[in-house]
Design a binder for this molecule. Structure first.
Ligand SMILES: N[C@@H](CCC(=O)N[C@@H](CS)C(=O)NCC(=O)O)C(=O)O
Length: 204
């Protein structure tokens, strides 16, 4: 019997989008429950550890976006072909988190001048640092992050970049040929293409 899925998250791509990409890829129907920021205080206590995304699978709440994505990857046959390849996928996904956390500094800063400096250094230093390395890895691995074939790492990275590019207001992937080709490949997977066409349009 088909599983039921309900994703609870803010009305953003953010950490919810990779889960939505993977569910779409797997052909799973899911309830995409989005709430406004002012609804959050009333909902927070109902989440297992007070954070979202939370994915209810057959009515059971699961949390931690990367753990959920890894689980969905197993369900939808998007893991690597060996423990070694799975390690490569995990390393990339965790590295994207490091990259993303650099961008999070912008939100934590309240001083407008410092915010501006953080944004400048993200664009001038952080983006090229990570993107040049990702690009080289994808080039070396035949157009994918791991072993020349589609894994959840590819889908995860492209999904995270969807909101990171909106947030930084720069389509930074366009400057990196191999990453651009990978992004195009993932965004043209029929199920993901159709999700992107129908998803609510958000700032991040
Ligand atoms: N490591 C967690 C982080 C979850 C997280 O920080 N979620 C944020 C939204 S992106 C949240 O729930 N913020 C509201 C709060 O902490 O009250 C994951 O990957 O799921």
């Amino acid at each position: 019997m088909a599983h039921t899925y309900k994703l609870s998250y803010f009305d953003l791509m953010g950490l919810g989008e990779a889960i939505r990409f993977l569910l779409s890829y797997g052909g799973a129907k899911f309830e995409d429950f989005r709430f406004a920021r002012d609804q959050w205080p009333a909902l927070k206590n109902s989440m297992p550890y007070g954070k979202v995304p939370v994915l209810e699978i057959d009515g059971k709440a699961t949390h931690q976006s990367i753990a959920i994505c890894r689980y969905l990857a197993k369900q939808f046959k998007l893991m690597g072909g060996s423990d070694w390849e799975d390690l490569q996928c995990d390393m990339i996904v965790d590295t994207v988190t490091d990259f993303r956390m650099q961008a999070a500094r912008f939100f934590q800063e309240t001083d407008e001048k410092k915010k501006e400096e953080i944004m400048k250094s993200l664009i001038a230093e952080t983006v090229p640092y990570y993107m040049s390395r990702f690009d080289a890895q994808v080039k070396k691995n035949g157009g994918h992050f791991v072993n020349g074939k589609l894994t959840w790492a590819d889908i995860y990275v492209v999904a995270v970049f969807q909101f990171l590019q909106k947030f930084l207001k720069v389509d930074f992937v366009n400057d990196y040929t191999n990453m651009k080709a990978l992004q195009d490949k993932v965004l043209n997977l029929p199920a993901i293409k159709s999700w992107v066409e129908k998803r609510p349009k958000t700032d991040m």
